[in-house]
Design a protein around this ligand. Structure first.
Ligand code: G16
Length: 540
């Protein structure tokens, strides 16, 4: 095998660069990624062998990043993000000198006590970027050189690949997560949506901006399994679903655009009070919004989806007589609006945990609850149910028709929600279900609490790695002295809060600020951004 790996590796030489497994795998300009993809393929083979031949997922996508970027990340057998320690092994192999690739591969194999003769299995997919097929070839070269069995699922959303990874590994077991096919995914969601909606009606249509990414064709497919509004489902209008023009991906559309610019995509023609949502390039994030004739553009972001889901599931648990048995909690990051945290703790009476950015951290924290609702403000999130919760939904004897209905809705939700990772398609159906049950229009949803005005700024610095944080990314420890100056700035603003952290997917530092008024939030963000620019070695 050594000769095969060496020969294959020589077709994918490493450029003079240092690579780092970031927030969501390796991300960069696609033309720098060839050697990284090859070597991540080697890691996938090792990981699968280490787990006795369980199937590992590989996704080639750069999600919300521009069309010329691409990326790769690994998915563990239950559909979760790759185990943390393995990110470091991936980084190690990605940075090995060309002549050392086999050596580093073997050292890892030995260090991790991996049985060379164990089988290895991988499934993979990609988003719609034009660089995808060539990168897939680099991956195949690694899989063939290591004697790994593989299945190519071609174009998928990232959450579909997570779903299929779990289905593959649980097939034929009591934990079976669903049929191992893309069609099985649509059927599972479609069936669960019909059960969850039973007797309810969506209020008005929903316009979905697919960011001109893979979510467009996949949503069109899903709609074949979803009843229309007149049939007890929902009417969906798709916009920004052009996957043939590479340059339009995430351009002036998509969840990241809407969240950071705090406005609708210019292409949106939705009228006042009409529900709209935007996916990102690989459909693992979703943001809702609408135009309020009195207050203008209103964003219903990941925090809003989390609070909506937590309050709805909390109510159902009470109606089902399960409130005392189930621990329900919400997981957020530092980007969560302070008003949402207060609402969850004070109004909903639920605990909130704060983790660093990255679904891997949130997901892990959410599994500590029976019902763990996690969302990043940028719209990436889901709900996870413990085995105990699932058992209770299935075995609790209802004492009344109302209890029976609540239990049935909980069971339907546990199938509707993609519990492996945040999933724009599944989250969208979850929100639609809840709004239909409550007969709410977006304005009524928006009125549950008032967001503190906030601003997110992207700051380019000489070296983002100079920015190191602690306290779930809320406090800078490096550059020295920056946090103290940031604190002084924050103290001058009513309800002020701000932090700065290095992005793990872009070469930049992100600054978040919130304050009592729009102009104060903007002012605080501008001042902190200037501080970051200056301390990051760039003229402010
Ligand atoms: C990825 C991660 C998210 C994270 C986002 C931004 O999203 O999966 O958890 O919030 O990057 O991360 P950062 O601020 O470190 O750049 P996506 O949708 O790009 O895969």
């Amino acid at each position: 095998m050594d000769a095969a790996i060496l020969a294959a590796s020589s077709k994918h030489p490493k450029p003079d660069r240092v690579f780092q497994y970031g927030t969501a795998g390796f991300r960069m300009k696609a033309d720098l990624l060839d050697s990284v993809v090859f070597r991540v393929g080697l890691v996938a083979a090792l990981r699968s062998r280490k787990l006795g031949g369980q199937t590992i997922g590989v996704m080639i996508t750069a999600s919300h990043n521009p069309p010329e970027d691409n990326g790769i990340k690994l998915v563990d057998p239950m559909g979760e993000m790759l185990e943390n320690a393995w990110e470091a092994y991936s980084t190690e192999l990605a940075n090995a000198k060309n002549e050392d690739v086999v050596k580093v591969y073997r050292v890892l194999e030995e260090k991790l006590k991996i049985n060379k003769d164990a089988p290895s299995r991988v499934i993979y997919a990609r988003d719609t970027r034009p660089s995808g097929p060539k990168l897939v070839q680099a991956l195949i070269d690694a899989l063939e050189a290591t004697g790994t069995e593989y299945t190519d699922y071609k174009l998928l959303t990232t959450p579909q690949l997570h779903y299929l990874t779990r289905c593959t590994n649980t097939e034929g077991t009591p934990q079976s997560y669903g049929e191992v096919s893309e069609k099985g995914y649509y059927e599972k969601l479609g069936e669960a949506f019909k059960r969850a909606m039973k007797g309810k009606k969506a209020v008005g249509a929903l316009t979905v901006d697919c960011a001109n990414g893979v979510g467009g064709p996949k949503l069109a497919e899903l709609l074949k399994y979803i009843p229309k509004g007149s049939e007890g489902g929902v009417d969906i209008k798709i916009i920004n679903d052009d996957v043939l023009k590479a340059e339009v991906l995430n351009h002036e559309c998509g969840a990241d655009f809407v969240k950071t610019k705090q406005r609708a995509p210019p292409s949106s023609k939705a009228g006042n009070n009409e529900r709209c949502c935007s996916y990102d390039g690989d459909a693992d994030r979703i943001i809702y919004y609408f135009n309020d004739p009195e207050n203008g553009f209103r964003l219903l972001d990941g925090d809003r989806i989390a609070t909506l889901a937590a309050s709805f599931i909390g109510d159902l648990a009470r109606e089902a007589g399960l409130a005392s048995e189930l621990k329900i909690g919400v997981v957020q990051t530092a980007y969560a609006n302070g008003a949402s945290t207060k609402y969850v703790e004070k109004t909903l009476g639920l605990p909130v945990v704060c983790t660093p950015t990255g679904v891997k951290w949130l997901h892990h924290a959410a599994t500590k609850f029976d019902v763990g609702v996690y969302f990043e403000a940028n719209g990436h999130g889901t709900v996870v149910f413990s085995q105990q919760a699932l058992k209770a939904f299935n075995t609790k004897e209802p004492q009344s028709p109302a209890q029976a209905a609540a239990l049935e809705t909980l069971r339907a939700l546990s199938d509707l929600i993609n519990q492996t990772v945040g999933d724009a398609l599944s989250d969208m159906l979850l929100v639609e279900t809840i709004l239909a049950h409550k007969s709410w229009n977006p304005k009524e949803w928006d009125l549950t609490y008032t967001d503190l005005p906030n601003r997110l700024v992207r700051v380019e610095v000489a070296d983002r790695n100079g920015f190191k944080t602690t306290n779930a990314e809320r406090t800078l420890v490096e550059p020295q002295g920056t946090q103290e100056q940031l604190d002084v700035l924050v103290s001058k603003f009513k309800d002020g809060r701000s932090f700065a952290r290095a992005s793990g997917t872009e070469d930049a530092v992100r600054v978040y600020a919130e304050a009592a008024t729009r102009s104060e939030a903007d002012d605080l963000a501008t001042k902190v951004a200037a501080l970051v620019k200056q301390d990051g070695g760039m003229a402010a």
